[in-house]
Design a protein around this ligand. Structure first.
Ligand code: MN
Length: 388
């Protein structure tokens, strides 16, 4: 069997480490490059275990430190130039794009422009630059395999189907830790409460986004681009057990759902092996143990972030990019203890109205819009908190 080369952007993060777990259970895969920002201790271990062709460290101090003390004999690169090299290496068959935040956008676009298939875990890529990314993928005949339980579910449901026969998709949302919390008590939500997700173990940014339902909002935007849907063809339903990962409804009323235990390794394995379901020893689902699956309409008043995502899609241009950037700042400011949980969506809403959207943006416009939105949001929070 043919060996395949995989590179991982962000190999020391939550998705990166789980991807390496899946790869260690998969035959005939070789690692080209691994990259980290600053987690050089884990990178060292990954080098020993997976023997990549090379690595990239994007934080300069960490790069120097790694270079001086590592026993790794392969290539060691630094920063954006290093990432550029990784995403230009056409011997790579699949790039796992799992950098966190806006930093993932340009490297992913580079890989697509170099005709490298992408397994996409970085949300910002499609949220901020969906139009540019999907056009580049089409022009270069590149596949994008989503590493996200919902989009993987939809991709699985769509396999073998015709897009013109799809009526709508239904994204499921766990509802996060505050599904049953009354809106009156939202004022007393602490950072610790918000970081405590019932079903999934994830990084802190995405965990907060799950608690505010912004994560689902961002997934709506991703689905819009990934599957070429109309806005009104995307529904969201709350499903606290996270067993149905999403659904597709067809023209004849038939609905296909993809089910499984909440384990990110399953969508990772599907993205790596598409369109195959290769054998893995992951824990099997037993519906009798689960007992019941429940569903609710999302409460848009409690979770305005979800509405904001649809609004940003309607506005178009750089609006989704702006919403994403503003939200990254408000989440960080919440985690830093500077704003309340409720303020995350309040400020997101205010900024989405206030910050101008540029239509038909170039990638440069996207970068500018992202940067400006962050500055404006930080300044707003500073002045609102009376810090000058
Ligand atoms: Mn998801």
């Amino acid at each position: 069997m043919e060996r395949r080369n995989i590179s991982i952007l962000g190999s020391t993060g939550s998705i990166g480490t789980q991807t390496l777990d899946v790869i260690s259970l998969t035959q005939n895969i070789e690692i080209n490059y691994l990259t980290t920002n600053s987690n050089i201790d884990l990178l060292e271990i990954q080098c020993v275990n997976f023997n990549p062709k090379g690595v990239v460290v994007t934080d300069y101090e960490s790069f120097k430190q790694f270079k001086s003390k590592t026993s790794f004999k392969g290539e060691i690169h630094f920063g954006d130039d290093g990432l550029n090299l990784v995403t230009s290496d056409i011997s790579t068959n699949l790039l796992i794009s799992s950098l966190v935040g806006f930093a993932g956008v340009i490297p992913t676009l580079n890989a697509i422009n170099n005709k490298i298939d992408v397994a996409l875990a970085n949300k910002e890529t499609l949220v901020a630059a969906g139009e540019i990314i999907t056009k580049a993928a089409k022009d270069n005949n590149v596949n994008i395999f989503p590493i996200d339980s919902e989009h993987s579910a939809i991709q699985q449901c769509l396999t073998g189907e015709k897009m013109e026969e799809v009526e709508k998709i239904i994204l499921t949302a766990s509802g996060g830790p505050f599904l049953d919390t009354s809106y009156d008590s939202f004022d007393s939500i602490t950072i610790k409460d918000a970081l405590n997700h019932p079903n999934w173990t994830m990084g802190s940014k995405i965990t907060i986004d799950s608690a505010t339902l912004m994560n689902k909002g961002l997934e709506v935007i991703e689905a819009y681009w990934l599957f070429g849907l109309k806005i009104e063809e995307i529904d969201v339903i709350i499903h606290p057990q996270s067993i149905i990962h999403s659904m597709v409804q067809f023209s004849d009323s038939s609905v296909k759902a993809q089910l499984g235990l909440p384990d990110m390794k399953v969508p990772i394995a599907y993205a790596i092996n598409f369109p195959h379901h290769k054998p893995y020893p992951f824990k099997r689902m037993n519906l009798a143990d689960i007992g019941s699956l429940t569903f609710f309409e999302p409460d848009y008043n409690k979770f305005p972030n979800l509405k904001l995502a649809f609004k940003a899609l309607e506005k178009g241009g750089t609006s989704c990019c702006v919403l994403n950037a503003v939200n990254e700042i408000t989440v960080q400011q919440f985690l830093d203890g500077n704003i309340s949980f409720k303020s995350i969506s309040d400020i997101n809403s205010l900024m989405l109205d206030k910050i101008e959207s540029i239509s038909n943006p170039s990638i440069q416009d996207i970068i500018e819009a992202d940067k400006n939105a962050r500055i404006i949001t930080n300044e707003y929070i500073k002045s609102a908190n009376g810090i000058s």
